[in-house]
Design a protein around this ligand. Structure first.
Ligand code: PLP
Length: 405
């Protein structure tokens, strides 16, 4: 059945938490303190399937369970297949590890010159500044080091990372990630941004964060002032399904945009969540309405216990094909596979090109119609409006120009 959404509605309100004061609800520290993190708490609010109960029991050994009250409200409690529920409620399937799946599937640890810093590309680094998130995505790429469920002993200590960046003039772009950098206090974040801004060769600073989606209350006016002060700071948020585009997320994006933060979105292609052209189209349209430009659509990394989320790459290509030409160009993310073992992100595109040789390129458009663009020119004739008898205008010497002639 085609995905249907009410385009005029933006979810808002306190849902199951009507008894909480509006000021508590809007307070991001209240949201964090009242996260759902145990089986007992979860079962107070919803009826779990047996698969989910077993998944929750295992979560403590793999990747902690944590859901903010705000995000929990987006779950359809009557639907075990709810796309929001699948992203944050653990399932038994997480316990089964396929042979090709790895804890460090992108080989980040091997490209890490100092703890917490990944230097894979020539001119930019990934700087992991915390091991905590507001809520945990069950398909997390860095479950080995976030939430502290695996005794990985990652203690983000960024002085070493800052010194590495300071002493590597080739690093012009720093991507703050983690964990979620926006879980740091304003004071810590300001310290980090001011140190990075002070490095002459760092031209581009960006933050990868799912906080606007899990905890939009964290996007306070004070935080926005910090972004203004040290801007331009770019941000990639992480929205996977149109239901995540609430009034509160929309307003948080507006605060960020008005503070001069250009916004992009990174989605992960997930089975039963967004592996559908209609869902993806609804999502990218919502994003544009919130001033967010779809940036990447990721093929899921080969993380341990992630098989139940895996989508055939041909499905991903079909989704991109369903967008290109059929909707606004700005709405179309680049579909990428992050190379297993560590080769970086590689674009995966539907094939529009049919052939190319010295004479011509032959391609198809979004409707499948065939076109040809010649690469050589021949048989020139004079343009009907051109006349050859007008004398060419005199060209003045540089000296004439200087004299004002
Ligand atoms: C994704 C990533 C980046 C940033 O890549 P862009 O294509 O510039 O967005 C940088 N370093 C690492 C290790 C990454 O995984």
């Amino acid at each position: 059945m085609a995905y249907q959404e009410d385009r005029s509605s933006w979810f808002e309100g306190q849902g199951l938490w009507q008894h909480v004061s509006a000021s508590d609800w809007q307070d991001w520290t209240w949201q964090l303190k009242n996260r759902i993190t145990t089986l007992d708490q979860l079962e107070r609010y919803m009826i779990l399937t047996p698969e989910e109960r077993r998944g929750v029991a295992f979560a403590g050994k793999k990747l902690a369970l944590a859901i903010t009250p705000y995000f929990f409200n987006l779950i359809d409690l009557t639907d075990p297949d709810c796309p929001i529920r699948k992203q944050v409620v653990p399932r038994e399937a997480e316990m089964y590890v396929a042979a090709e799946e790895k804890l460090d599937s992108l080989g980040e640890d091997e490209h890490s010159p100092v703890p917490g810093l990944v230097h894979r590309y020539p001119d930019r680094v990934l700087f992991l500044v915390t091991d905590r998130c507001a809520a945990y995505c069950r398909y997390c790429t860095r479950s080995r080091l976030v939430s502290n469920a695996q005794d990985y002993n990652f203690h983000p200590e960024y002085e070493q990372g800052l010194r590495y960046i300071e002493s590597h003039p080739e690093v012009r772009d720093v991507l703050l990630s983690g964990g979620d950098p926006l879980l740091l206090s304003d004071k810590k974040l300001e310290h980090l941004l001011s140190r990075l801004r002070a490095i002459k060769h760092v031209e581009f600073i960006r933050i990868g964060s799912r906080i606007p989606v899990f905890l939009p209350q964290r996007i306070t006016p004070e935080l926005c002032e910090i972004f203004k002060k040290y801007g331009p700071i770019w941000m990639s948020i992480h929205v996977n399904h149109p239901k995540e585009a609430t009034a509160e997320l929309r307003d948080a994006c507006e605060r960020l945009a008005f503070a001069g933060v250009p916004l992009g979105n990174q989605s992960v292609l997930l089975a039963g969540v967004n592996d559908d052209p209609d869902v993806m189209k609804a999502l990218v349209h919502r994003l544009l309405r919130m001033r967010v430009r779809p940036y990447y659509l990721y093929q899921m990394d080969l993380i341990t216990g992630g098989s139940h989320f895996k989508v055939d790459v041909r499905k991903g290509l079909e989704i991109i094909k369903s967008l290109r030409g059929h909707t606004t160009g700005y709405a179309i993310p680049q579909y990428v596979i992050d190379s297993p073992g560590g080769g970086g992100k590689v674009p995966i595109n539907p094939e529009y090109l049919e052939s190319i040789d010295d004479d011509r390129v032959i391609f198809r458009n979004y409707e499948g119609r065939r076109f040809e663009y010649p690469l050589t020119s021949s048989g020139h004739t004079l343009d009907a409006d051109a006349t050859l008898d007008t004398p060419a205008p005199a060209v003045g010497s540089a000296a004439d120009v200087k004299r004002g002639a």
